[in-house]
Write a protein that binds this ligand. Structure first.
Ligand code: HEM
Length: 517
């Protein structure tokens, strides 16, 4: 005969017991989460709102925010996603609760390709990230440092020459801007101008970029990771292998160079000639793990490789897309182009080329650049992650939520900007006009707070210099009699938001002196 305990544990009663336990756990969780999540579209069981994945672009999210408000919540598989779309909510997460919102989400691909977040852009917020950022800002990203690089001037000169050589035929400004920023960044990072090696490197970057953006089930529903698993992982291993092969050789050459210099006691290599790998090698040690960075400032090979990739991704497409958008907006608005050319004629004249020291005096140029960054922030959506559970505007935001801050929508907020969709550089002539340094939350092309862009000064230097030279040296017309009003201004969404159709325009040389003196 069965004991009372045995009869209690028959299958139906066991099922009932487990089911009650399950309900009890749900009840407890609900009780601990007294506040609701922010409003958002209803999702399906297990996959949540994953069918809306294609709406996670700056434009798609801006449309959703019109329905659900400045703070909205969705579920992507197991992930909570919170979207911030107004200046007030941006202030809340980037200033008031900055320390809680200062992590970065890292997908499987990003973790692997950044050597388990050994870089700065994807490192978790904490002491090692802080140390790394301090060194990079001091050693790699200062504007003074860039101004001393002969390579920047040489690359700008060669771009202008290539335009002049075309003798009045159409120029693809999008391609030209990307070539310019790639050349500058590659030389700044590795000190080499070998076009062959650069092409090899660009291919590696392109595969990294594809993998960063690829959809991977494992990120959203971990137990479905096997669906893409093997093939995807093979691609990751191959991509990182190519990068290892490429940069290890460069690092070895730099180690060799340092050894030779130390042996010969040669101090002649001036600071101006040091490239980024040289600067990082000063902190190089294979013995120190990335986690120990807070106690001693040391970089491993993986740190150096991952930081160089940050520079390549952070500093190339961002600046190139801003140069192209600035030129496109000026071509679309011929009166503003004329005003800028007049300023360049008044401040610099037509008898000489512009110098870096002229930039500070070009007030209207600065307004055009700001207005471009307002309408076309090169990184349209900032990606953050919460480190702990928090409450925003009376709503509950769980720990480890992905947070998307829609800078594109915020920079066009109707309550903050008059006529927000129109290119009006003169709005920045006003004394109380917002600035992009991070304290005006209606204008955040470089982000704000702890994770804001550390390369802002460097990026602005390249951007100001390129646009000023292009407009000072040449007059520009649209090709084939195209009218300004016909210019297509649509964009694409990815890591950056470049023009959907690259800008093509016809230059005429306008200076009364030779291009190269
Ligand atoms: C016009 C040019 C640029 C724009 C508009 C821009 C914009 C941004 C934005 C919006 C962020 C994210 C901020 C956030 O999440 O809150 C960022 C981060 C970053 N940017 Fe830039 N950027 C530019 C140029 C550069 C350059 C030239 C470099 C380096 C050479 C650079 C390196 C970085 C890095 C490393 C981060 C990650 C910082 C961190 O997570 O701690 N950027 N940038």
């Amino acid at each position: 005969m069965a004991s009372p305990l045995q009869s209690l544990l028959t299958f139906p009663s066991l099922f009932f017991l487990l089911f009650s336990l399950f309900l009890f756990i749900i009840f407890l969780r609900k009780l601990s989460r007294k506040l609701p999540y922010p409003p958002g579209p209803k999702g399906l069981p297990i996959i949540g709102n994953m069918l809306m994945m294609n709406q996670l672009t700056h434009r798609g999210l801006a449309n959703l925010s019109k329905v659900y408000g400045g703070l909205l919540h969705m579920k992507m598989g197991v992930l909570h996603l919170v979207v911030v779309s107004t200046p007030e909510m941006a202030r809340e997460v980037l200033q008031v609760q900055d320390s809680v919102f200062a992590n970065r989400p890292a997908r499987v691909a990003i973790k692997y390709l950044t050597y388990d977040r050994a870089d700065m852009a994807f490192a978790q917020y904490g002491p090692s990230w802080r140390q790394m950022r301090k060194i990079c800002v001091m050693k790699l990203f200062s504007r003074k440092r860039a101004e001393s690089w002969a390579s920047v001037r040489e690359e700008v000169d060669s771009t202008l020459q290539s335009i002049a050589k075309r003798g009045g035929s159409a120029v693809n400004i999008g391609e030209l801007a990307l070539d310019l920023t790639k050349n500058i960044t590659y030389r700044a990072a590795f000190g080499s101008s070998s076009r062959e090696k650069q092409e090899e490197f660009v291919k590696i970057l392109q595969e990294f970029s594809r993998l960063f953006g690829a959809f991977n089930f494992a990120d959203f529903i971990p137990w479905l990771g096997w669906i893409q698993g093997k093939e995807f992982n093979k691609r990751l291993v191959k991509a990182r292998g190519s990068l290892d092969e490429f940069i290890d050789k460069i690092i070895d050459d730099h180690i060799e160079k340092r050894k030779k210099q130390n042996n010969s006691g040669d101090e002649s290599e001036s600071e101006a000639e040091l490239d980024m790998v040289d600067e990082l090698m000063e902190f190089y040690s294979e013995d120190v793990a990335a986690e120990d960075l807070n106690s001693s400032i040391k970089f491993t090979r993986d740190n150096i490789k991952a930081i160089i990739m940050d520079v390549m991704f952070g500093g190339t497409e961002t600046v190139a897309s801003a140069i192209e958008w600035a030129m496109a907006e000026l071509m679309k608005s011929p009166d503003d182009l004329k005003k800028l050319q007049q300023e360049l004629t008044d401040v610099v004249g037509l008898n000489r080329r512009l110098h870096e020291s002229d930039l500070e005096k070009l007030t209207y140029l600065k307004c055009c650049i700001k207005e471009t960054l307002r309408l076309h922030p090169p990184i349209p959506v900032l990606l953050h992650e919460t480190s702990e559970a928090s409450v925003v505007a009376g709503y509950s935001v769980p720990a480890r939520s992905d947070v998307m801050i829609n800078a594109w929508a915020i920079n066009r907020d109707k309550t903050a900007w008059e006529d927000p969709e129109t290119f009006k550089p003169e709005r920045f002539l006003k004394k109380d006009a917002p600035d992009f340094k991070g304290s005006h939350f209606e204008f955040i092309p470089f982000g704000s707070g702890r994770r804001s862009c550390p390369g802002m000064q460097l990026g602005l230097y390249g951007l100001d210099l390129a646009v000023a030279h292009l407009v000072h040296c040449f007059s520009w017309e649209l090709p084939d009699g195209m009218k300004a009003s016909d210019l297509d201004m649509s964009d694409l969404f990815g890591l950056t938001a470049p023009r959907a159709i690259q800008l093509v325009a016809v230059p005429t040389y306008r200076l009364q002196c030779p291009l190269l003196e």
